[in-house]
Ligand binder design. Structure first.
Ligand SMILES: [Zn+2]
Length: 343
């Protein structure tokens, strides 16, 4: 897959949806080596947010994309609690996403679904606190791989209470012939405001979401989940080389890492010691190549679930992300991660 967009690459037309980002929690002391190799001391252990998003279409239908962490995280399945202890992660979560929505009088009963990029504990939150009318939407293969949950299956990474008593919809991308810039897609609301995208690799059935923030002219926010754990896995790319203005601050890094400024700084970790951190490295690499085609477009803002670099730029819930293009957040966010490389 060529990471450069072609003249045939067109994003579909459709209606807009409102979207807000919620940062309910942060993870500290997160090791990055299991995801990609990096020799910079300041990128060995990092503190990152765990974003979730609330999306509402023009007919008032709402979904959440990811739920971040749960405040009572010791109640996670033993496998997830062990992972937290083994990695010596710090978890800082005083409010669930539900608490934050309620504090702002958001009509919870309008949340028809929680869409999960994937099932990991820092994304699944606590769905059991939502009304039974709220469905759980997961990517291909998730039900077979993870259900039944704990305690019905000791080794499951999810809880039975995450899905019991509510409808679970597993997305089947083969049921649609829609593809956007090389990624199999599903028009969730049927109005072109929210597309679920198949972005496999990091975890079984990993999905991203493309949300239309404005129409005519079109702009989009792409919610990338854990397809990358640092923007240096995505950028620079042939379609999004480092601008000259940003290059001067990191000349030393570019020289010592033989990077000409047109290829990403980091590659998916292949060391067998970290095999448990990535479901399928080949697919994860292909997913990043496809995301680079979206990233090459100036009307698409990509936000990964743990992108600490944009936290101080964007406005959070109850504000919306919809005016990101007018506010210039695309240009101010895209290269902000380079601060991690400055001498
Ligand atoms: Zn994550």
């Amino acid at each position: 897959m060529d990471p450069l967009p072609t003249s045939e690459d067109k994003l579909p037309a459709g209606a807009g949806a409102t979207i807000s980002v919620i940062d309910s929690a942060s993870l500290s002391n997160l090791p990055l080596e299991p995801y990609f190799h990096c020799d910079l001391p300041r990128l060995q252990r990092v503190t990152v947010p765990a974003f979730s998003f609330v999306i509402t279409n023009q007919r008032g239908r709402s979904v959440l994309f990811d739920l971040g962490l749960r405040k009572d995280w010791p109640k996670l399945p033993p496998t997830a609690v062990a992972e937290i202890h083994n990695d010596q992660l710090g978890i800082h979560c005083e409010q669930d996403v539900l608490d934050i929505l309620e504090a702002h009088d958001f009509p919870i009963e309008n949340v028809e679904a929680i869409v999960l990029s994937h099932h990991h504990f820092d994304h699944i939150g606590d769905p059991s606190r939502f009304p039974s009318s709220t469905a759980l939407v997961v990517g291909p293969g998730v039900c077979e791989a993870l259900m039944p949950g704990y305690p019905d299956q000791e080794i499951s990474e999810i809880l039975t209470s995450d899905y019991s008593g509510r409808s679970v919809r597993e997305i089947d991308f083969t049921s649609t012939d829609l593809s956007i810039l090389g990624l199999p897609a599903l028009d969730y609301f049927g109005d072109g405001s929210l597309y679920l995208l198949s972005t496999p690799g990091h975890a079984v059935g990993h999905m991203a979401a493309l949300v239309r923030t404005t129409s005519s002219p079109d702009s989009f926010v792409l919610l990338g989940g854990d397809a990358c754990h640092h923007c240096g896995e995505l950028r620079p790319s042939p379609g999004q080389p480092i601008p000259m203005s940003a290059r001067s601050c990191i000349t030393g890094f570019l020289n010592t890492h033989s990077n000409d400024g047109s290829q990403p700084f980091f590659k998916i970790q292949r060391d067998a010691r970290y095999a448990a951190y990535c479901h399928n490295p080949d697919e994860a690499e292909q997913t990043i190549l496809r995301l680079q085609r979206f990233d090459a477009l100036d009307n698409v803002l990509i936000i990964f679930a743990h992108d600490a670099s944009i936290k101080t730029v964007i406005d959070e819930f109850p504000a919306t992300l919809n005016d990101w293009l007018i506010k210039g957040w695309g240009s101010s966010c895209r290269w902000r991660f380079l601060r991690d490389f400055e001498e």
